[in-house]
Design a protein around this ligand. Structure first.
Ligand code: ADP
Ligand code: MG
Length: 705
């Protein structure tokens, strides 16, 4: 080893860490470990309790024959005999002996054991010991060659951290890499929390926390360390979110919009139905925001089909009534087109000017729209991401609506905000989502949003029946679907991919052919996917809506927002391949009319995860519960909303498990920001620096203070 502990830094490349080397470094990088700091943040998943070594005789006493007991023990000894199993069923067998006795070791289903042990080897084994007849036995024990400690003493109790590893980088390799850098590295870590503050919250020093996590001295040690590291993550995010919120509320101004009874009546007259109480409630919340010159930053959540569109339209019409502009941004062209069509229908005969801007417009068409937008002639602009390009500039943008927010990140929201002409001004922003933010998360990433929720469905909705069947039953399923098509209903058949591939997943093309020549013979069916040209897709959707097409074979392009009330049947192929929230979205395409709707999931799930998602979607129909379940199943690694939002995922904290800690962090962050909204004090300098480094870019904190 040439690296001395003095030369270790937190930013030192993983390739230079003693014992890692350039060859294996890329494999470490794949695990997210690029430098020493990453190594410190690579949290153990669990700890293996290595018991103190005992003699075999002593172990025999522990595992008492009277109790038929078993116990976790560790023993060191010499291999006396070993015998590979002769057939698959027979275990690999060895006897271990020390000065005090012998013990039998058995490994079942372990072809890899062949040649691993030899008589005369001294090994350490640990695991669950049992008594079998009159001898002691360990089944599938862990073992390692015995390496005497320098002082020749037996090893004492140790909690070995087990790290998330990969095929090429084992937990032990990570452990070894850490061993060389841990102490010198943590000696370099300054704490951004003061001693007094830490004492108050019973948090260890930052440097100690790393040691406690990687080298715990007792089972509770690592919990304390982890708590500190998780708290820091949550605190930084909360501080960031609140700093941003504070800035927006104090320094940014929006146009206050007018509302009175006449305007309200005028707007509501445009809707082809009476608003539900729930819609009315959220509209009141939104309208109150819009009347203020504090920019609205509100999340509107409501399950699929709960009627968010008219709420958005209400807000946009308030802008138009005050002679300002509004923009509605949808995640796909299909959805933008649909919003455009339904809103145009509702506004027919009024003098509100509405246009659709998507990526597939000709340049001349686009230029014409942009000119009319800039002159203020257009009141409402609907579009996709295309609304975000620089050439789009409004005359007086007062309200923006972003539909299905889970598809967008905060970056995009920030760009939309810059579409107002005045500096320090912001449009009122409404973000709609059908995938409700789990309550636990609404406090984190979305902590800067006020939330309105539509809790009830429009009247007359029938519950959707969800069924799960194995692939072997597909013929029955399609036979039944056919009978309902014959009765005048319409269906969506959802498959995961467009083209046939080696994955063996159902694809649009072959499934279309199969149905066309089989169960759906004589029915009008069409294929819809993301590679169709806009006008082709539009034509198909138009005909589907009019009932001229009976069934659509589609990818998840229909996932979001598509609204055809007569479509009452959905079949989802390879259902285990879709996410839980996604399945719920898809299912939401049916159950929109007066008919009893059916959603059939066809799958032979290959993984536990897939099976659990299917079980969940069958059992749960409430969108909020689905969202919580989704969070639970996905676990901390893939936090909903954080990845999409561009905010770095947590490395230590995990939700909903750390909800208590999150509340604490939130409370603390509030205190901090109330006392000093930009954390400009000298005592907070390090905290502020780390905050900006962690979230400055994603939260757009550059302009704050
Ligand atoms: P989502 O919240 O999923 O965007 P939509 O706004 O698309 O839901 O509304 C779903 C369907 O419910 C549409 O066909 C819409 O016209 C209808 N709808 C919305 N509000 C009402 C209401 N108050 N009464 C009756 N139908 C409504
Ligand atoms: Mg919608």
């Amino acid at each position: 080893m040439t690296t001395t502990s003095q030369s270790i830094t937190l930013t030192m490349n993983i390739a230079e860490v003693p014992g890692v080397g350039g060859k294996i470094a890329p494999e470490f990088r794949k695990l997210g470990i690029r430098c020493v700091a990453d190594l410190l943040l690579h949290m153990p998943m669990r700890y293996e309790h290595e018991h103190e070594e005992q003699t075999i005789a002593k172990a025999g006493e522990t595992v008492s024959p009277n109790h038929g007991a078993e116990a976790n023990i560790a023993v060191r000894g010499e291999i006396a005999t070993c015998r590979p199993g002769f057939s698959k069923r027979q275990p690999y067998e060895a006897t271990l002996q020390d000065e005090t006795g012998t013990m039998q070791l058995l490994w079942f289903n372990a072809p890899w054991m062949r040649g691993k042990l030899h008589p005369g080897d001294t090994i350490r084994v640990w695991g669950l010991a049992k008594r079998h007849g009159d001898y002691l036995q360990m089944i599938n024990p862990k073992f390692a060659p015995y390496e005497p400690e320098e002082d020749g003493e037996q090893r004492s109790e140790r909690f070995t951290p087990i790290y998330p590893a990969s095929e090429n980088v084992t937990s032990t390799m990570i452990d070894k890499a850490l061993e060389g850098v841990l102490e010198p590295a943590i000696a370099l870590i300054d704490d951004h929390l003061s001693d007094t503050y830490r004492t108050e919250l019973a948090l260890p020093k930052l440097a100690d926390a790393y040691r406690m996590v990687h080298r715990p001295s007792d089972p509770d040690d690592h919990r304390g360390g982890r708590r500190r590291l998780a708290f820091d993550e949550l605190l930084l995010l909360q501080l960031g979110v609140m700093m941003k919120r504070h800035h927006r509320r104090e320094y940014l101004k929006a146009v206050p919009l007018k509302l009175n009874d006449a305007i309200d009546k005028h707007i509501c007259a445009r809707f082809p139905f009476d608003l539900t109480d729930s819609q009315r409630e959220v509209i009141d919340e939104i309208a109150a925001d819009l009347e203020s010159e504090r920019p609205m930053n509100r999340l509107l959540q409501g399950d699929v089909g709960s009627g968010k569109t008219v709420v958005a339209l209400y807000a946009m019409l308030m802008a138009a009534a005050s002679k300002h502009q509004a923009a509605l941004m949808a995640p796909t062209e299909l959805l933008a087109e649909q919003h455009f069509t339904s809103i145009t229908t509702m506004l027919e005969g009024s003098n509100v000017v509405i246009e659709l801007l998507t990526g597939s417009l000709k340049k001349s068409e686009r230029d014409a729209i942009l000119a009319r937008l800039e002159s203020g002639e257009i009141d409402i602009l609907i579009g996709t991401h295309a609304l975000l390009t620089e050439s789009v500039s409004f005359n007086s943008l007062a309200v923006t609506v972003t539909d299905e927010q889970h598809r967008f990140g905060v970056y995009q929201r920030a760009t939309l905000r810059e579409k107002t002409s005045e500096p320090n001004s912001s449009p009122h922003m409404l973000v709609m989502t059908a995938t409700p933010i789990p309550r636990t998360l609404s406090l984190t990433v979305f902590g800067d949003l006020d939330i309105s929720t539509i809790r009830t469905m429009p009247p007359g909705r029938q519950p959707i029946i969800t069924k799960y069947v194995a692939r072997s039953q597909s013929d029955d399923v399609y036979g039944y679907v056919r009978s309902r098509l014959d009765a005048g209903e319409q269906a969506y058949i959802v498959v995961p991919v467009i083209d046939e591939s080696e994955s063996g997943l159902k694809d649009v093309r072959s499934h279309f052919t199969w149905l066309e020549n089989g169960h759906f013979q004589g029915k009008r069916i069409a294929a819809v996917h993301g590679r169709l040209k806009r006008n082709e897709r539009e034509a198909i959707m138009y005909r589907f809506r009019r009932g001229e097409i009976h069934a659509l074979i589609a990818t998840t392009v229909i996932e979001v927002g598509v609204d055809v009330p007569n479509a009452s049947i959905m079949v989802i192929e390879n259902a285990d391949r879709f996410g839980l929230a996604q399945l719920h979205q898809l299912r939401g395409r049916v159950g929109r009319g007066e008919r009893k709707s059916l959603c059939v999931l066809i799958a032979d799930p290959a993984t536990d995860d897939g099976r659990q998602r299917i079980e969940a979607i069958v059992a749960i129909d409430d969108g909020f519960e689905i969202a919580e379940k989704d969070l639970e199943l996905r676990g901390p690694g893939e936090l909903f909303g954080t990845r999409q939002s561009g905010i770095a995922p947590f490395r230590v904290a995990s939700l909903p498990g750390d909800i208590q800690l999150l509340r604490l962090a939130r409370r603390e962050a509030k205190k901090w920001i109330n006392a000093n909204p930009t954390l400009s004090g000298e005592a907070d300098a390090l905290l502020r620096k780390r905050l900006l480094k962690a979230h400055g870019k994603a939260l757009g904190l550059g302009d704050v203070g």
